[in-house]
Design a protein around this ligand. Structure first.
Ligand code: CAA
Ligand code: NAP
Length: 248
């Protein structure tokens, strides 16, 4: 069995993040997660998870904000110990055609989906290098690989995440720290349920060779693998998990 680690999953109260928290906890890791400072349901979520047998440690953090990320990870370090596994999962969409795209919606997506990767990874990476072990797992998207209608902001941010992965993985490759990207296709969470139903049914599902949305647990299993000792030789990779969509 793998050594028990401290794992931090950003945005763990959403669909994918929650499944990742559950999987890592089931493997015996101590799991910290973040929620947006305005999220009034956070304590309710912690209590509901506790009732299901999961003792998650939840911290308010705006991952788009540097100071908030510094404070959050310092608090986790003081309360739980240094972070060995970081899953940069928090993310948002603000879909609109480029014609309608304004600065506010461009910035919101770039700050939350890409700057966040810098803001949070920066707090944990040096410590991982010093201890000679670490895992940074960035949750990107198939739409960062192939682009998507209405997502110039999101596709740019998600492609940028993988550029970050490739560069940082080179810098820490000899230090026992791996950095990888996972690029999920369409997974049945509230982010995908926000797509107009007619667009989902007519434009998106038909593009998925398996003919269905993915499940958060399917992505969580891949995160667990990348976080494991077994995955020590995997770094700088971008692993697709999308029902065959990348073949099109
Ligand atoms: N592919 C091709 N054409 C599309 C399309 C698509 N995916 N989505 C919309 N269109 C077309 C429409 O059919 C329509 O065409 P006509 O003018 O010829 O009728 C035209 O674009 C305008 O469509 P709308 O009337 O819907 O325009 P809108 O301005 O109201 O909305 C939109 C545009 C915001 C892009 C909306 O269509 C939409 O939300 N599309 C879905 C975007 C999407 O796929 N987001 C993924 C979210 S999930 C996610 O991001 C997770 C992940 O990582 C995989
Ligand atoms: P979701 O249910 O909407 O969850 C998103 C999570 O991000 C929430 O927990 C949210 O926390 C958090 N978050 C958003 N802004 C934040 C901020 N500024 N600071 C801290 N946390 C913030 O979405 P999901 O589908 O689970 O997506 C999770 C990740 O997977 C995202 O990065 C997404 O882009 C990626 N992804 C999803 C799919 C898919 O099909 N669903 C596919 C590919 C990639 P609060 O609720 O507290 O705000």
């Amino acid at each position: 069995m793998d050594k028990q680690r401290v794992a931090l999953v950003t945005g763990g109260m959403g669909g994918l993040g929650e499944a990742i928290c559950i999987k890592l906890a089931a493997l015996g890791h101590t799991v910290a997660t973040t929620y947006s400072p305005g999220n009034t349901k956070a304590q309710e979520w912690v209590a509901a998870m506790k009732a299901r047998g999961y003792a998650f440690h939840a911290y308010a953090c705006d991952v788009a904000d540097w100071n908030s990320s510094v404070e959050c990870v310092q608090k986790i370090g003081a309360e739980l110990g240094p972070v060995d596994v970081l899953v940069n999962n928090a993310g948002i969409t603000r879909d609109m055609t480029f014609k309608k795209m304004d600065r506010v919606n461009w910035d919101a997506v770039l700050h939350t989906n890409l700057d966040s990767v810098f803001n949070v990874s920066k707090q944990v990476c040096d410590g991982m290098v010093d201890r000679g072990w670490g895992r940074i797992i960035n949750i990107s998207s198939v739409n960062g690989q192939k682009g998507a209608f209405g997502q110039t902001n999101y596709s740019a941010a998600k492609a940028g995440m993988h550029g970050f992965t490739k560069a940082l993985s080179l810098e820490v490759a000899r230090k026992g720290v791996t950095v990888n990207t996972i690029s999920p296709g369409y997974i049945g969470t509230k982010m995908v349920m926000a797509i107009p139903k007619e667009v989902l049914d007519s434009k998106i599902i038909p593009q998925i060779p398996m003919g269905r949305l993915g499940k958060p647990e399917e992505v969580a299993g891949l995160v667990a693998y990348l976080a494991s000792e077994e995955a020590a030789f995997v770094t700088g990779a971008n692993i697709a998990i999308n029902g065959g969509q990348h073949m099109q």
